[in-house]
Design a protein around this ligand. Structure first.
Ligand SMILES: [Zn+2]
Ligand SMILES: [Zn+2]
Length: 171
């Protein structure tokens, strides 16, 4: 298996200020996401690497498709997300956040993998104002109006109701 995300940076490390760009497509399966939301399709990745004094700064963007369902109405969703990253690779890791350069090579895979997983939406919605299901009868409110009366309770009345319950309580 070719390893398009392993980049030799020996030249970069020799010349601070020099840079290198790559653009690759990598099968989603190669990342071993272990997350069913990532669609098994090629992930396009564009990376800009720039040599700085004590390492290589790596920035770029990955396009990965995810699938899931609306958290309110359960409509199936599928979207292409654009994941931007800006990270640091160092021969000897000084910064907690930095990745290691091993044998003059940068392995972009764990870094891109981590950024994609972080970018997955936690509670996706089919649309911002998705009404979801009626709490009373379960009707899909985006498709139908169910006629259940939802009474918006006024917090001032709630206080009085609670007080009345206390007064009514014979014990
Ligand atoms: Zn929805
Ligand atoms: Zn209803």
């Amino acid at each position: 298996m070719a390893k398009p995300l392993i980049v030799n940076v020996i030249e970069l490390l020799r010349w601070p200020g020099s840079s290198k760009d790559i653009a690759v497509e990598v099968a989603a399966d190669d990342f071993e996401f272990e997350d069913a939301r990532i669609v098994s399709e090629p992930i396009a990745i564009a990376v800009h690497m720039e040599a700085i004094t004590n390492g290589v700064s790596v920035s770029g963007v990955a396009h990965a498709a995810w699938a899931g369902e609306c958290r309110r109405c359960l409509t199936p969703l599928r979207e292409l997300m654009q994941v931007e990253f800006d990270e640091m690779y160092q021969p000897t890791v000084h910064d907690d956040e930095a990745y290691e350069i091993e044998n003059d090579q940068i392995n972009l895979l764990p870094m891109v993998r981590e950024n994609i997983l972080l970018a997955l939406p936690l509670g996706p919605l089919c649309r911002e104002d998705c009404p979801g299901f009626c709490l009373h009868c379960g009707a899909d409110l985006a498709q139908t109006q169910c006629g259940c009366v939802s009474v918006a309770s006024d917090p001032r009345w709630a206080v009085l109701d609670a007080l009345k319950d206390v007064l009514d309580d014979p014990s």
